[in-house]
Design a protein around this ligand. Structure first.
Ligand code: NAD
Length: 427
């Protein structure tokens, strides 16, 4: 018998989309956005939900629920990742799609925002089952995606291999099997992926941390850093900072965290995780849980796991002076207010993790032109965009006397509102 895998429970009291809308209105107030534009930008333009069957290895059929949401396409095609996680809900995907619109606008990319997700724990599936699920989900969302419409990318629990299956499935349906490399980003280099894409989110996060340290007189190289989430974004940021000479004193994953006041050998932790599934048990480290990890004595905290991690309950105990949100939505609005009052600088997600979508944009441009760049070109262009975005958001923060999140949102909303207004309403 088919089993429906769609979750009905929302783990957040205030839904993630409510949080995204609340943040939007706070920033809209700052720029005096009119009511008509608020009503257009506070909803998602298009949302698709599909319940679809997947054949399992034992021959049984399971039914999964997947979504693709486009929040806004005024500045360009929708852009945003696809998440495979058991807690995915339409509400979460809508919030992430809205944040993608603002993120692309903060970085000045010619995109709107979109996001996709399937409610599944892919770690419980075989590789073949993940492929079946990915191809069927792609078939379901194919009518609304494409290189000029909506371009997917990796997010939590999705990777270049999954992007390759999306590319193949889309190309088969939409282009008789001839590859359409610009239809998806974050794909393997061999299929038109960009140099530097895999490291882009973590690298971009480090670029804005460097700028923030200069602005706030923090000696980055003497800083003690904690990273929550040791996946693509978190482990790359940790590795780059470690290679720069910073001390990474704590890291964690979904199994728990590890701490060493003298600093962790990050390449060795990566190797340990590869062989033991988790960072937990790394020799010479003390085990901490994810709650304790966030409250460790450190200078810089990088939440790089999931949303809703920094709340009014735990932020009074946060020791870090600077928080760089590699993850999307890790801080609730109440926590934001407390952090601001405590003088803790928060580099918001739509700025701090914009490196991923920026190099996705580079990958899309390269795919459109079939002309590929070197890693040095990618990284230096990424640096320019991240440094400029930080400076612009910092200037807006000073201009309106608001924290960096509201400043980033204010800039982004202004840009998207202007594009929406200029295009007008058809018909
Ligand atoms: P990933 O799947 O590679 O890594 C996620 C990590 O978080 C894993 O190590 C996992 O074990 C850990 N984790 C999960 N639940 C946890 C918990 N409760 N406590 C501690 N750790 C936990 O995903 P990723 O691509 O690195 O994405 C992480 C975050 O960064 C997400 O919020 C994602 O939306 C955001 N992000 C990623 C990219 C990208 O390019 N990968 C771009 C922008 C934003």
């Amino acid at each position: 018998m088919a089993v429906v895998e769609s979750p009905t429970r929302d783990k957040h009291q205030q839904s993630l989309f409510d949080i995204a809308v609340e943040q939007f209105h706070i920033a809209a107030d700052v720029i005096g956005l009119d009511d008509d534009m608020r009503s257009m930008l506070s909803v998602c333009k298009r949302q698709l939900t599909a319940n679809f069957p997947v054949e399992m290895d034992d021959g049984s059929i399971r039914v999964f629920t997947g979504h693709r949401v486009q929040h806004n396409t005024a500045p360009g095609p929708a852009k945003g990742g696809i998440r495979f996680h058991q807690d995915v809900t339409i509400d979460e995907v809508k919030a992430l799609a809205m944040w993608m619109t603002w993120k692309c606008a903060v970085a000045g990319l010619p995109y709107g925002g979109g996001k996709g997700g399937v409610a599944v724990n892919p770690k419980l599936l075989s590789q073949g089952e993940v492929q079946n699920l990915t191809r069927r989900y792609t078939t379901e969302i194919e009518p609304i995606i494409g290189p000029q419409r909506d371009i997917p990318a990796p997010d939590v629990n999705t990777n270049p291999q999954i992007m390759a299956w999306i590319l193949d499935t889309y190309s088969t349906i939409a282009n008789r099997g001839v590859p359409v490399p610009a239809a998806v980003t974050g794909k393997p280099i061999l299929l038109g992926g960009s140099q530097g894409r895999a490291e882009a989110t973590g690298r971009g996060c480090v670029f804005v941390i460097e700028e923030a340290c200069k602005t706030h007189n923090i000696d980055l190289l003497k800083s003690r850093i904690v990273v929550q989430g040791f996946g693509n974004a978190g482990s790359t940021a940790a590795l780059i900072l470690h290679e720069m000479g910073c001390k990474i004193v704590g890291v964690s994953d979904s199994h728990g965290g590890i701490y060493n006041a003298d600093g962790l050998d990050i390449p060795a932790v990566m190797e340990h995780k590869k062989h033991n599934v988790s960072v937990v048990g790394f020799p010479g480290s003390e085990e901490v849980n994810n709650g304790q990890l966030l409250e460790l004595d450190c200078d810089i905290l990088i939440p790089a796991a999931l949303e809703g991690q920094l709340t009014e309950e735990n932020v009074p105990n946060i020791k870090a002076k600077l928080i760089a949100e590699a993850a999307n939505g890790p801080t609730t609005p109440e926590a934001d207010r407390i952090l601001y009052d405590r003088g803790i600088v928060v580099l918001p997600d739509i700025l701090a993790n914009a490196g991923g979508v920026t190099v996705s944009y580079f990958e899309w441009v390269q795919g459109m032109q079939s002309f590929y760049w070197t890693e040095e070109e990618v990284n230096s262009r990424l640096k320019r965009i991240m440094v400029d975005a930080f400076a612009a958001v910092n200037a807006t923060s000073n201009q309106y006397h608001v924290h960096m999140r509201t400043a980033a949102l204010a800039r982004a909303i202004q840009r998207v509102a202007d594009a929406t207004r200029m295009r007008g309403i058809y018909p």
